[in-house]
Design a protein around this ligand. Structure first.
Ligand code: SAH
Ligand code: SF4
Ligand code: F3S
Length: 477
């Protein structure tokens, strides 16, 4: 649609993309300053995130720009600038956005200078844009996943142009480095290592809304991590829809395992996590690197989706039940203290109760430490949407059965460390009891124990005294 918001004929606008956006940060800052004078206070902003860790990281980029141009970040959506970073992986994510937009409209009626912006995966769907254009005219700015690096420029446009601004790109191969980022946590951070997805699982909308797979340059990744560590970060989470295919499209190809080896060398960095691993691309080299590493956490998220080879085939997952089981077994054998977690979909088109039994069989055999179980959601434009859907009541029966199995095995798995002493990274003061802090073990399990805010960001030894289903109560030793 609108690819050049501000014409390049204006000779002041830098050509380099990072410089261009920093230039627009200054322009937006002048507008925000003027607004502050009018209001007699610092204007406020709120960023609401839906969806996955990648969206959470994108929201930190939005927050970085907003703070840079002079907004004060608040949690309340009754703010001077509100942006929803949306998700469309399942329909309930979309419905939540429409519901919350109604509330924002109420705020804006009382506060007409309020600006409302929408971005993220849902905006890459043409039907969504049509709906917003006709029924949500009060929205000021809409952009998608491919041009988020242009946020400073788009924000400037909301001050200088009238009407709804819509800037959606169909794809991009651009990766823009070195823009401001405002981290949510001081001690941990997500890092994008790649964008997009090439797998086209038949139920999934992500490849359509996030575009083709592209890897970031290892030099840029390492530089970003070193800067984060210098700034107090001890734990990083490498992000990508399929980190196991990292590096394939680089000028000098590199494997994910090789990247991990380089990251391991960074002094001061203590913990490395990553998300998500596609089973079809998980190499023996990766298992070896994990096994030898002192920093890579004892946790692997390995989405199963279904335990039925027939369904896996229609899902286009490119592994069989047997291959998945063999892989999980190999990982457990090489790294016995690892926690394996997964994603499961129930109710994929054509799924029978026998298929669900196959899924349950895999859950029992792999013994997941935790699993996210989803009811299949039909996504327009994906191949599975055109297939015959399973009736809701049948899905419900299968879903409850899968959920129960998952909970039983997870409880057993989590409990296996009772009485042991392990390292926990202290993340926050406990929400319900201020005399406790919450820490995360290498295997991703949470432990609550007596302590105070001064421990946040530190790795401490904790005795795992009592297992309460999915978490521990403990004490520092
Ligand atoms: N790239 C990751 C997953 C990203 S989406 C991977 O391949 O593992 C996160 C999870 O949402 C998926 O693992 C899947 O379980 C679920 N999901 C994706 N599309 C879905 C749909 N149409 N209905 C229900 N769940 C879905
Ligand atoms: Fe979706 Fe499959 Fe890509 Fe994951 S790997 S994002 S499930 S298409
Ligand atoms: Fe949702 Fe987009 Fe992530 S669709 S799950 S926010 S990649």
């Amino acid at each position: 649609m609108n690819n050049t918001l501000f014409e390049n004929s204006n000779s002041n606008i830098p050509i380099d993309e990072t410089a261009r956006q920093l230039y627009f940060c200054e322009k937006a800052a002048a507008h925000v300053k003027e607004l502050a004078e009018r209001l007699g206070r610092k204007p406020t902003c709120c960023v609401t995130t839906f969806g996955c860790q990648m969206n959470a990281r994108d929201s930190e980029k939005l927050a970085g720009i907003l703070e840079r141009v002079g907004y004060e970040m608040i949690e309340d959506e009754n703010a001077d600038f509100v942006i929803f970073n949306t998700c469309t992986v399942r329909d309930n994510a979309n419905q939540r956005v429409y519901g919350r937009l109604g509330v924002l409209n109420g705020y804006k009626r009382k506060n007409p200078h309020m600006k409302i912006a929408l971005c993220g995966c849902m905006m890459q769907e043409p039907t969504v844009i049509e709906k917003l254009k006709t029924s949500y005219r009060f929205v000021d700015l809409i952009f998608g996943t491919h041009n988020i690096f242009r946020f400073a420029e788009l924000l400037t446009a909301t001050f200088e142009q009238k009407g709804m601004i819509i800037d959606i790109w169909e794809g991009t191969d651009k990766i823009v480095e070195d823009l401001p980022i405002e981290r949510k946590y001081s001690y941990k951070s997500g890092i994008n290592i790649m964008f997009g997805c090439n797998n086209f699982c038949s139920y999934c909308i992500v490849p359509y809304v996030r575009g083709r797979e592209r890897s970031r340059n290892p030099k840029d990744i390492l530089r970003e991590i070193k800067n984060l560590v210098a700034d107090g970060v001890v734990e990083i989470m490498l992000l990508g829809q399929n980190v196991n295919s990292y590096g394939k499209n680089l000028e000098e190809p590199m494997t994910f395992a090789q990247l991990l080896r380089e990251i391991e060398k960074i002094e001061g960095l203590q913990r490395i996590r990553f998300m998500t691993s596609h089973p079809k691309d998980l190499s023996d080299e990766l298992i070896q690197v994990m096994k030898e590493s002192k920093k890579i956490c004892r946790h692997l998220h390995l989405p199963l989706q279904s335990g039925s080879t027939r369904i896996l085939n229609v899902m286009n997952r490119r592994y069989t039940k047997e291959q998945y089981l063999a892989l999980a077994e190999r990982i457990r054998r090489e790294i016995p203290d690892i926690a394996i977690t997964t994603d499961i979909i129930v109710g994929f088109p054509g799924e029978t109760p026998e298929d669900v039994e196959e899924t349950i069989d895999v859950i029992r055999k792999v013994k997941y430490d935790n699993a996210f179980t989803f009811i299949y959601s039909k996504r327009t434009g994906t191949p599975a949407a055109a297939m015959e859907q399973v009736p809701e009541d049948v899905v419900k029966v299968g879903f409850d059965k899968v959920l129960k199995t998952v909970q039983d095995t997870a409880r057993e798995q989590v409990a296996r460390y009772q009485g042991q002493i392990m390292e926990a990274l202290v993340e926050e003061v406990n929400e319900n009891d201020a005399s406790l802090v919450t820490g995360r073990l290498s295997n991703n399990t949470l432990v609550h124990f007596p302590g105070d805010a001064s421990l946040i960001g530190r790795i401490v030894e904790v005795s795992l005294d009592e297992c309460h289903g999915f978490y521990y109560m403990g004490h520092m030793v």
